[in-house]
Design a protein around this ligand. Structure first.
Ligand code: NAD
Length: 337
């Protein structure tokens, strides 16, 4: 049984904790938070042991009636692996502490790539992180691109990838990012940071990405164009993508024609927090002309990196090969609509 601590019980951390708990071969030894807020209270009510990240604030947790299980160092020492889901750039400040305790660590995409020897996507380069001490799951947008381009590369060869990422302005609880009423080229320069992030796991990929931020909290929408080395039909590309468990082909007949409708569907069918772990590719958007493939996909920023983080734990522990890990994760979570 692999033991896992979660540092940063926020948007990503709480989802990773639940996903790890659902695995047959993993156990959450505790979670850590800096602020004694509603998320800290909810964590203890769910049953997670809570370890304050800042020892000077332990009293604040206790004064608010939030039980504390021990010190942060004790949490780090208790885990074979820590999943660090602290805000962007904060994970790096814990690097020495993780090393001191000989605890492996899965960082998230808000950290610089050089925080770990490898960046990670379970479908693209699982084996690079086998038995390593640290890895970094690439960002939500990059995860979505990597999942789509990997089978295309394997099957047809890819000359280049060009993607416009229409990005949500913030997560639903990020009220400090609004109110907003604008459509921002973000950044104005090309490429956005997603192209080098994708090259962190596919160094030889010719890729350009552009970012646009819109006033939405639901999901990101990608408009993707791929120049293939072959000229398959749209139908065979649909079949190829349909064989990927973390890609869901959304048919027009399903009635899910927008990100809001996808979210409503997963909430209606009982997914906790409305999480969409899969890339949602609209089947009818897939078009190929002279080897130039284009499609739209929706990416749930809060959820797609969660199964990847679980697989990253297994890779660091050398517990399984990539295919077995992905299938164990997907079965435990119910990935695949
Ligand atoms: P978040 O702000 O929702 O959660 C971070 C949590 O860490 C909060 O609970 C906060 O209390 C806690 N925290 C703050 N400072 C801390 C410290 N010094 N020590 C321990 N805990 C601390 O952030 P998030 O959106 O979950 O992002 C976490 C990481 O995941 C970032 O690297 C981010 O780039 C990445 N990521 C976020 C998204 C997304 O859409 N939210 C998607 C993919 C990847």
């Amino acid at each position: 049984m692999m033991t896992v601590g979660v540092n940063g019980y926020g948007t990503i951390g709480k989802r990773v904790a639940d996903a790890v708990s659902a695995q047959p071969d993993m156990r959450v030894v505790g979670v850590s938070k800096r602020s004694p807020n509603h998320e800290a209270r909810a964590a203890t009510e769910i049953g997670y042991d809570l370890y304050p990240a800042d020892p000077d604030r332990t009293d604040e947790f206790e004064q608010r009636g939030i039980p504390v299980a021990g010190s942060f160092s004790e949490l780090v020492a208790a885990g074979d692996v820590v999943v660090d889901a602290t805000p962007s750039g904060v994970g790096e400040t814990y690097r020495d502490l993780y090393k001191e305790h000989d605890t492996s660590v899965v960082y998230q995409g808000g950290e610089d790539p050089d925080v770990a020897p490898h960046s990670f996507n379970a479908r693209t380069n699982y084996s690079d992180s086998l038995n390593s001490t640290a890895t970094r799951v690439v960002s939500c947008n990059t995860t979505g691109l990597a999942r789509a381009v990997t089978p295309l590369r394997e099957q047809y060869g890819v000359q280049s990838l060009d993607a416009t990422l229409i990005r949500r302005g913030g997560d639903p609880t990020q009220t400090d990012r609004g109110p907003i009423n604008d459509i921002l080229p973000d950044p104005i320069g090309v490429p956005s940071h997603h192209a080098p992030d994708l090259q962190a796991i596919m160094p030889d990929l010719d890729v350009t990405t552009k970012g646009v931020t819109v006033p939405a909290t639901l999901m990101h929408l990608h408009s993707v164009t791929v120049s293939l080395e072959a000229d398959p039909t749209a139908a065979t590309v649909r079949e190829l993508l349909n064989d990927e468990n973390r890609i869901e082909l959304i048919s027009t007949a399903s009635g899910c024609q927008s990100c809001a409708e996808i979210q409503e569907y997963v909430l209606d069918t009982g997914r906790r927090r409305g999480d969409v772990w899969e890339n949602c590719v609209w089947a009818d958007s897939i078009d190929v002309s002279d080897g130039r493939l284009s499609f739209f996909q929706a990416i749930h920023q809060q959820a797609d990196v969660v199964p990847e983080s679980v697989d990253a734990v297994r890779a660091l522990c050398g517990a399984m090969d990539g295919e077995e890990s992905r299938s164990t994760t997907d079965e435990s979570l119910g990935v695949g609509m």
